[in-house]
Design a protein around this ligand. Structure first.
Ligand code: ADP
Ligand code: MG
Ligand code: ZN
Length: 644
């Protein structure tokens, strides 16, 4: 006979299952956790105990399970009883469970128990589909938990759960940044958790770093020291404990530090300054301690702290005191004093904000050697191109052209340009990278992708063409200006609708006043062409205006190139590597006069540009029409038109 599954059977079954499962799982967990150490084992045991207790709990408080349990109302129940439909009734936990109809209907109905004194009489009197015509009914005896179990369930268990969560979080924190004296130890739960790994087999070599010869020269000495310290100690020479790599972003500071480790063949501990600054006070300092401890064990080796300004920021003058950073810095200073340089631990650090570093870091005995990494010059850029081109298939590349076009780029920019060129070559189905790809990718990196399907009306195209030709004309006619390299009116994703590329003949270290004045005129050339030829002025000149103003201001305030102020410094220098603005160092009246001076310089430049354009108006039309037709023309083509 098949009986309907009543809720208590369900619960007993699931409870039993759960118990079996927890037993099963416990065995492999216990053995599997051996690798995790004793505390791991312990953790899982408790977890499974809790799970087991929960399931045990389920035995006493069964949940109504199964899809075939349906709630009805008491009226329906009474009606079913009166209609002699009910086979069996179970009253439990203030609920009335029953099933009705033939045995094929195995749905269990339930409703709340109502204070109904007549119920028993009615059940006895009613008929039923059962063979004997009677309803089976039963009220389950309520099972009370033992007081001990209650105590465990309501007091011990929640406490345990919270404790476990706490422990678990502490371990997470400890493993992220803890160290010797960190919270991990306080909880006496396992190791310090500091994750300072030394890289052992670094493949980077000095040959991977192009240019930067002075920096390499200086670092070679350190490599030599790491190779045979005796040569130095015999003579009584001490090597600098630390060297600070200073330079703009992307000039290869990180790269060259790795190269030092690679050349010396020693372990390389690398960490970024920001990794020391943790959520909890004391963790950063503990990490520094741990780092030096491990480095001492592995000596000779190299410790590299990248972006050291994150912790080494000057302590004075900062309004908000960051205790954590300060402690970390103090710990670093102490460790640097404490270790013996002759053991062969070399500390390298990199930053692009040397001016913000704490003086204590820079004093002799700490980072006493300063290695300058500058933006590469023409030869440097060629060398970097060569290094990166080694990794891509390429045809004969005119390095000179590409290197010229990338004036002011860092090593990282050039690496990016080479990669873009390779991607472009793949896109176009070429077998190898060509000079064209590289030139195009220079533009992509500087101005964004070409927007081939941008729709620009013919009138607008005409204005853009005259604007660009205006720049080119003013640049070409003033012979001191760099010749035009390329003019294009293909819009770019950066928002540029067209541009004129000027490329210097050689590398320039000094800019004369004449050069800058000419450049100022060139910058105004676009707007002048709009005004003179199209009789209008457009928003397209906004970038020109910005650049011209910046340049004129710098000429007046920083380079002392104005008659009115002469060599008076009107602003302090900002961060030279990150292009920061300087701060004004003059009175309000002078500032107003500076504005006036800048205005008149730009007005003069514009007047000069106007003269050039009006006197070459025929050539302007000719060149603009040619540009409209071709969309992109080279400097040579432009000069051909000009000199025709
Ligand atoms: P940073 O000075 O900001 O630390 P990186 O060392 O991280 O710069 O340089 C980023 C990438 O730029 C390097 O991985 C490398 O590919 C490239 N790079 C930068 N400078 C050079 C260089 N002098 N020679 C070759 N590649 C360079
Ligand atoms: Mg770096
Ligand atoms: Zn312009």
């Amino acid at each position: 006979m098949k009986y309907v599954e009543f809720p208590e059977d369900n619960a007993a079954k699931s409870g039993g299952e759960g118990k079996g499962k927890s037993d099963q799982q416990n065995a492999p967990q216990g053995s599997g956790a051996q690798g995790k150490g004793p505390s791991g084992n312990w953790f899982w045991t408790i977890l499974w105990t809790i799970l087991f207790l929960f399931l045990l709990n389920g035995l006493f408080f069964p949940a109504v399970k199964g899809s075939k349990v349906v709630e009805t109302d008491y009226g329906q129940f009474v009606k079913d009883v009166n209609d002699s439909l009910v086979r069996e009734v179970v009253i439990k936990d203030s609920k009335v469970f029953y099933n009705k109809g033939t045995e094929a209907n195995d749905t269990t109905y339930f409703t709340g128990e109502v204070n109904d004194p007549e119920l028993v009489n009615r059940l006895v009197a009613a008929g039923s589909p059962n063979p004997d015509g009677k309803i089976k009914f039963v009220k389950k005896i309520e099972q009370k938990n033992s007081p001990i179990l209650d105590f465990i369930l309501w007091w011990i268990l929640p406490a345990l759960i919270f404790y476990l969560i706490y422990v678990f979080m502490m371990r997470k924190i400890a493993s992220r940044g803890g160290a010797g004296g960190g919270l991990g130890n306080f909880m006496s739960l396992g190791q310090s958790g500091a994750k300072v790994y030394a890289e052992d087999d670094i493949k980077t070599r000095f040959s991977d770093v192009a240019g930067q010869d002075e920096a390499k020269e200086s670092l070679k000495e350190m490599v030599d020291f790491l190779h045979n310290p005796k040569k130095y100690t015999a003579l009584g020479a001490k090597l600098p404990k630390g060297a600070l790599l200073v330079g703009p972003p992307g000039t290869g500071k990180t790269l060259i530090a790795r190269a030092v480790a690679g050349e010396a063949g020693v372990p390389f501990f690398s960490m970024s300054g920001s990794e020391f600054v943790q959520m909890f006070v004391g963790m950063g300092a503990a990490k520094v301690r741990d780092l030096f401890e491990q480095a001492n064990k592995k000596a000779p080796c190299i410790i590299f702290i990248d972006e050291i300004d994150a912790i080494g920021k000057s302590r004075e003058g900062s309004l908000s005191t960051n205790d954590e950073r300060e402690q970390t810095l103090n710990q670093l200073l102490t460790e640097m004093d404490g270790f013996d340089a002759n053991k062969g631990v070399v500390i390298l650090a990199a930053t692009n904000r040397p001016d913000s570093l704490d003086k204590a870091l820079l004093r002799p005995g700490r980072f006493d050697r300063r290695i300058q990494m500058e933006l590469p010059d023409l030869e440097g850029r060629k060398a970097i191109l060569k290094v990166h081109l080694k990794n891509v298939k390429h045809e004969d590349i005119d390095l000179d052209v590409v290197a010229r076009a990338t004036a002011g780029s860092s090593g990282a920019d050039i690496a990016n340009i080479v990669n873009e060129a390779a991607l472009r070559a793949v896109r176009e189905g070429k077998k190898a990278v060509t000079t064209d790809d590289l030139e195009e990718s220079v533009e992509t990196v500087m101005a964004g992708e070409q927007r081939k399907n941008a729709v620009i009306s013919p009138e607008e195209k005409k204005i853009i063409a005259y604007h660009e030709i205006g720049h080119a004309m003013v640049a070409a006619v003033q012979n001191n200006s760099a010749p035009v390299h390329k003019i294009t009116i293909i819009p770019r994703t950066s928002g540029a609708l067209g541009y004129t590329m000027q490329v210097d003949e050689g590398e320039k270290y000094l800019y004369s006043k004449e050069y800058l004045t000419n450049r100022l005129a060139t910058l105004t050339g676009g707007r002048v062409a709009e005004e003179v030829i199209c009789g209008t002025c457009t928003t397209g000149a906004s970038n020109d205006i910005e650049q011209a103003t910046k340049m004129a201001r710098a000429m007046v305030m920083t380079y002392g190139m104005s008659e009115r102020f002469g060599m008076m410094a009107l602003q302090t220098r900002g961060n030279s590597y990150l292009g920061g603005e300087g701060q004004l160092a003059c009175s309000d009246e002078i500032e107003a006069q500076v504005d006036e001076e800048v205005r008149s310089m730009i007005a003069d430049a514009k007047e000069k540009a106007k003269q050039i354009i009006t006197s070459h108006i025929g050539k302007m039309h000719e060149a603009a029409n040619y540009l409209l037709e071709k969309e992109t023309i080279t400097g040579e083509e432009f000069m051909n038109i000009l000199n025709r």
